[in-house]
Design a protein around this ligand. Structure first.
Ligand SMILES: *Cc1c(COP(=O)(O)O)cnc(C)c1O
Length: 365
């Protein structure tokens, strides 16, 4: 058959083991998954209250324009409704943007290491991928600028960056955006924006006024605790959004997902509380690393990339046998490190005790 040449040998996304699999595999009663940066506190209790009594007409297609949710998000962000694109998670928005723009002969610039889906989708579309190594765990915007030429179509900035958790300061992004030619789309993937506490951080939506080639991506999957519902949104200029809309599937958010995202959005108190608890959890990990002389990247998210001074896969396995699923640095291009989602205080304490056991076995501490 006539498959695209470039997808030959391309691997499907490899999800980690589920908690059920790990329970069965190691005969455990309790398994905690701290691997994909979901909110350990779940979603707003108002979402649960809604779902317990939800009455949905299953036979009818959802609102393909996500009108109610769109109105609420537009109001929340103080942008126009036409500046929003809703996707089946940010993952789909990355796909939509790639599909609308990339093709053989064009190139796309991104960091290495960063979120894997930018590269994956670029390969599917046959575009050239230009990866610029991080500098101290941060986007090297000068080198990324140097990588741009007349065939560059999209630049991806993951901010804060996954898997390092590091933040590129607003001032640097502003300077970068001012230099980049205005026919290059600059995507700011801000999946963890709700967790940022840095005083110097400015909301990037302000960039849109002068720079219609900026597109910001946010999601209900992380701080809002709604990953299973698959709702992400992009905020851009009306011109860019209207060009992207036709490449989106007609009914890409379900009836329930639109409802729960709206309820989640309206409970900003819950988001604030989670941010405070996340900060306390982050300190647990930072102190742990400092006491054991393990390197870590300063995190502005709900996960931390930390050194283990041993084979990441071995430590990952050791934690899994003890009931904690994390991400091995080997799978992320950072050998010798683990990426761990910051859990509840109790989960963190228990995980760090288990990590001590594993690191002792490995002779690290
Ligand atoms: C989790 C994540 C996404 C994907 O989010 P979904 O909305 O669940 O598809 C996108 N970008 C980054 C950086 C992420 O960490």
């Amino acid at each position: 058959m006539k498959f695209k040449k470039q997808i030959e040998g391309l691997q499907a996304y490899q999800p980690g083991k589920t908690t059920d699999e790990v329970k069965r595999l190691f005969n455990l009663e309790k398994v905690v998954k701290l691997a994909s940066n979901e909110n350990p506190y779940g979603a707003s209790p108002k979402v649960k209250a809604y779902l317990d009594n939800a009455k949905v007409n299953y036979a009818i297609y959802p609102d393909g324009y996500a009108t109610k949710l769109r109105t609420a998000v537009a109001k929340h962000l103080n942008v126009s409704e036409k500046q929003l694109l809703f996707g089946n998670g940010s993952d789909e928005n990355i796909l939509i943007v790639s599909r609308a723009i990339l093709r053989p002969g064009l190139n796309t610039v991104m960091a290495s290491i960063t979120f894997g889906q930018y590269k994956h989708n670029a390969i599917v579309e046959g575009a050239e991928v230009r990866e610029v190594p991080l500098k101290n765990g941060e986007h090297d915007l000068e080198k990324m600028y140097d990588a741009i030429d007349e065939n560059t179509a999209i630049v991806w900035i993951c901010n804060p960056n996954n898997p390092t958790g590091t933040l590129t300061l607003s001032q640097k992004i502003k300077e970068f955006v001012e230099k980049v030619p205005n026919d290059v789309l600059i995507v700011l993937d801000e999946a963890y924006t709700e967790y940022i506490t840095d005083d110097e951080y400015e909301d990037s939506i302000g960039l849109l006024e002068k720079h219609p080639n900026v597109l910001i991506m946010r999601t209900f999957s992380k701080a809002y605790g709604l990953a299973s519902f698959r709702v992400g949104y992009a905020i851009g200029s009306e011109v860019v959004i209207s060009q992207l809309e036709p490449t989106r599937e007609p009914f890409n958010n379900t009836v329930l997902s639109q409802e729960v995202a709206l309820i989640g959005l309206e409970d900003q108190t819950f988001i604030k509380e989670c941010k405070i608890k996340n900060n306390a959890g982050k300190k647990q990990f930072e102190e742990y690393c400092k006491e054991r002389n393990l390197d870590f990247y300063p995190s502005h998210t709900n996960f931390i990339l930390m050194e283990v001074k041993a084979d990441s896969d071995v430590v990952f396995q050791g934690l899994m046998q003890r009931g904690f699923i994390v991400r091995s640095g080997n799978a992320l291009g950072v050998p010798g490190y683990l990426r761990i989602t910051i859990g509840t205080g109790e989960e963190n304490t228990e995980l760090l005790q288990k990590l001590d056991e594993v690191l002792r076995e490995e002779g690290v501490i």
